[in-house]
Design a protein around this ligand. Structure first.
Ligand code: KG4
Ligand code: ZN
Length: 340
């Protein structure tokens, strides 16, 4: 089954062709980052306008690169939640119109389910059940993937998402938006034990996360140093921050593994590209004899191929949308879209 998928939940306009949930035939991503960087973050209205301008060209490119016409695809999938509502609506309305005009099934996909499914594209042997750590710009979830369309959230952030914490800490250190990648890169040459940062816990919820205290600690460090006229060792501060986040995530994920007895671990979302997190988690899983799967770097961030992968399994489970499909800014991972 060949699915044409569309993703427009934030600041990437993306389209892809995916076969049977596992094989990428084409994947095109138009990133708006350069424009949003000027404002220090994503401006929702600009994002919607750029999606509207780019979505036809991006989709045509995905069809051309996969050497298929719209008539040859077996379904149209789209990210329908969660995300920026105006941005989501562009993709939903576009995908719906394509499916309606071409007489194809319309498959709604939850963005975070898509991030998890990015792993299916790179690891043919990976099948549920597995325990997945989802770390993106807007979400931080420990998820038990019970089967392809059944999810149990075991832990989540109470404040900032992991990517948000990276971006805010990076901003305090003087990096541009989004600073996660630059902070990761700058920290490569730093000493991760130079700055001592707190390990925030959520009372009574050992699998939940809180990153705002960590971010505040970095901001305070930067302010105090500038007031005293002291120079900070930015590579070491970046390394200390990255290592602390990796330590917190690894500790909670392994606790969830002990509680669930999960035998396979996966990582997903934009922050899954972080080098310290990948290294630390992979060492911890190796020590316990647990296989760890993570998407290749180009499938960690937002893309439409991951939406096409998840869409195949949603289709098989009969999760199709009616012509009244709407976008939702928020939606629980365990919830299903209303079926036709
Ligand atoms: O999954 P994603 O592309 O978008 C959302 O669905 O939110 O994640 C984007 C987030 C940003 O916060 C970005 O700074 C972060 O992922 N990120 C990283 C790295 N690469 C991307 N954070 C830390 N280290 C990285 N290498
Ligand atoms: Zn995302």
């Amino acid at each position: 089954m060949k699915i044409l998928s569309i993703e427009s939940s934030c600041d990437e306009t993306a389209a892809a062709l995916v076969e049977d949930g596992r094989k990428v035939l084409s994947s095109v991503v138009y990133s708006q980052i350069a424009e949003h960087r000027r404002y220090g973050g994503v401006v929702p209205e600009i994002a919607s306008r750029r999606h509207t301008e780019q979505i036809c060209a991006v989709t045509q490119q995905a069809l051309d690169q996969g050497s298929l016409t719209l008539a040859q695809v077996d379904g149209v999938a789209v990210t329908a939640a969660p995300g920026l509502i105006g941005a989501l609506l562009v993709g939903v309305n576009f995908a719906k119109s394509l499916a309606f005009a071409a007489g194809k099934p319309l498959i709604p996909v939850h963005h975070i389910r898509g991030h998890i499914a990015a792993n299916y594209l790179a690891h043919p042997q990976l099948e549920p059940p597995f325990l997945c750590m989802v770390v993106s710009g807007g979400h931080t979830h420990i998820v038990m993937v019970e089967d392809y369309t059944t999810f149990r959230v075991l832990g989540r952030t109470r404040d900032d998402a992991a990517g948000e914490a990276f971006d805010k800490a990076a901003r305090a250190m003087g990096f541009g938006y989004p600073g996660g990648v630059e902070l990761d890169r700058a920290g490569k040459d730093g000493d991760p034990s130079k700055y001592s940062l707190p390990t925030p816990h959520v009372d009574g919820s050992p699998l939940d996360f809180s990153f705002s205290g960590l971010k505040t600690a970095v901001i305070n460090l930067v302010h105090n140093a500038s007031q005293k006229g002291e120079e900070l060792d930015i590579p070491s501060l970046a390394a200390s921050f990255g290592e602390k986040v990796a330590e917190i995530i690894t500790q909670r994920l392994l606790l969830a593994q002990e509680e669930t007895g999960a035998q396979v671990i996966a990582l997903a979302g934009g922050v899954a590209a972080n080098s310290r997190l990948r290294a630390r988690l992979s060492a911890a899983c190796k020590e316990r004899g647990l296989p760890l799967y993570a998407p290749p770097l180009d499938l960690c961030g937002d893309n439409a191929a991951m939406i096409g992968a998840q869409a195949f399994y949603e289709y098989q489970a009969g999760h199709l949308a009616g012509w009244d499909l709407n976008a939702q800014a928020t939606m629980d991972l365990a919830e299903q879209f209303e079926s036709r």
